[in-house]
Design a protein around this ligand. Structure first.
Ligand code: KG4
Ligand code: ZN
Length: 351
């Protein structure tokens, strides 16, 4: 079954053709990073306008790359939540128009749940070998853990109470003058730094909390770079720029704290799950930050220690993409689920 997936929840306009939920025939992404770079973050109105210009050309490219015509498409999947509402509306409208004109089923897909599916793309294992699983989504907009009974039945165990981990990476990159998006740059720079140079806080929250918090860590990095403000309100180091050694050491120390917090919460979640009689065969991970080299290495060790199979996406499926949307869309369709033309774009997830 050939599914066309469309993704437009944030600043990437993406389309992909996926066969039977696993075989990625094309995966096109038109990134808008150049449009948002000067603002140090995504500007919603600019993003929606760019999606309008790009969505149909990206769909055409995805079809051409896959070597299939629109007539061969058997279903349209679209990321309809969560995200920037103006951005989501563009993808949802395009998907509805295509599904209606081709007379094929339409399915809306939750973007966060699709990140959890992205590790299955290109994988041959049957679902029974993967689930039940502990799930982790780490991206620019989300940081959350899930109990996954299968690809469709996902229950949230905990999530961030403030910043997402990717957002913390991006803000630290701005403080270190590395530009936007900063996650990959902090990751690269951290390889050259001393991770023990700074003792940044690893947020635990309460002893049994499965939630995350990254805003305190971000503030600690701010003070490490610029020093503390004085009692009288002045801030002598306000415009201070870090030296090259400081940049690398801060990047490495920040990364140790951020990744350490994630692994600590995963351990808590797994022990809680097992104590309650539940089980997990694997740890499935998704989202832009799952491309992080330190996180991948540490999760590898964690999974080995606890006898879990680790399922991380290939690098091209870590960040926002439409292949994961088409993949999970196929899974919904084959389970007999579908949506009609009343499908709404929604800013929040229901997970
Ligand atoms: O999943 P994604 O493309 O978009 C959201 O759904 O948010 O994730 C983007 C985030 C950005 O914050 C980016 O800086 C981060 O993923 N990211 C990384 C790395 N590659 C991307 N963070 C840390 N290390 C990386 N190698
Ligand atoms: Zn995402």
């Amino acid at each position: 079954m050939l599914i066309l997936g469309i993704e437009s929840s944030c600043d990437e306009t993406a389309a992909a053709v996926v066969r039977d939920g696993r075989i990625v025939m094309s995966n096109m992404i038109a990134s808008q990073h150049d449009l948002h770079a000067e603002y140090g973050g995504v500007v919603p109105e600019i993003a929606s306008r760019a999606h309008v210009e790009r969505v149909l050309p990206v769909v055409r490219k995805a079809l051409a790359e896959a070597g299939v015509s629109l007539r061969e498409i058997e279903g349209i999947a679209v990321g309809h939540r969560p995200g920037l509402i103006g951005s989501l509306l563009v993808g949802v409208a395009a998907a509805k128009g295509l599904a209606w004109s081709l007379g094929v089923p339409l399915v809306g897909v939750d973007h966060v749940q699709a990140h959890l599916y992205s590790g299955l793309l290109g994988e041959e294992s049957a679902e029974q070998e993967v689930f039940p699983a502990l799930g982790l989504v780490v991206s620019g907009g989300h940081t959350a853990m899930f109990r996954c009974d299968d690809a469709l039945r996902v229950t949230r165990l905990g999530s961030t109470i403030d910043d997402a981990i990717g957002e913390a990476y991006d803000k630290v990159a701005v403080l270190l003058n590395l530009g936007h998006p900063g996650g990959p740059r902090v990751d690269a720079l951290a390889q050259r730094g001393d991770e023990r140079a700074y003792d940044f806080p690893k947020s635990r929250l309460s002893p049994d909390s499965l939630d995350f918090s990254f805003s305190g860590l971000k503030t600690a990095v701010l003070y490490a770079v610029r020093g503390f403000p004085e009692r009288d309100g002045s801030w002598p180091g306000k415009d201070r720029k870090p030296t090259e050694t400081e940049q690398a050491n801060i990047a490495a120390s920040f990364q140790r704290a951020a990744v350490g917090a994630v692994v600590m919460k995963l351990e808590r979640a797994l022990l809680r799950l097992r104590a309650e009689g539940g089980s997990a065969r694997s740890l499935i991970v998704g989202g832009g930050v799952s491309a992080n080299s330190r996180l991948r290495a540490d999760l590898g060790r964690f999974a080995e220690d606890y006898g879990l199979r680790l399922i991380v996406p290939r690098l091209e499926y870590c960040m926002d993409n439409a292949a994961m949307i088409a993949g999970l869309g196929w899974r919904r369709l084959t389970a007999g689920e579908r949506d009609d033309l009343t499908l709404a774009a929604e800013p929040t997830t229901v997970l």
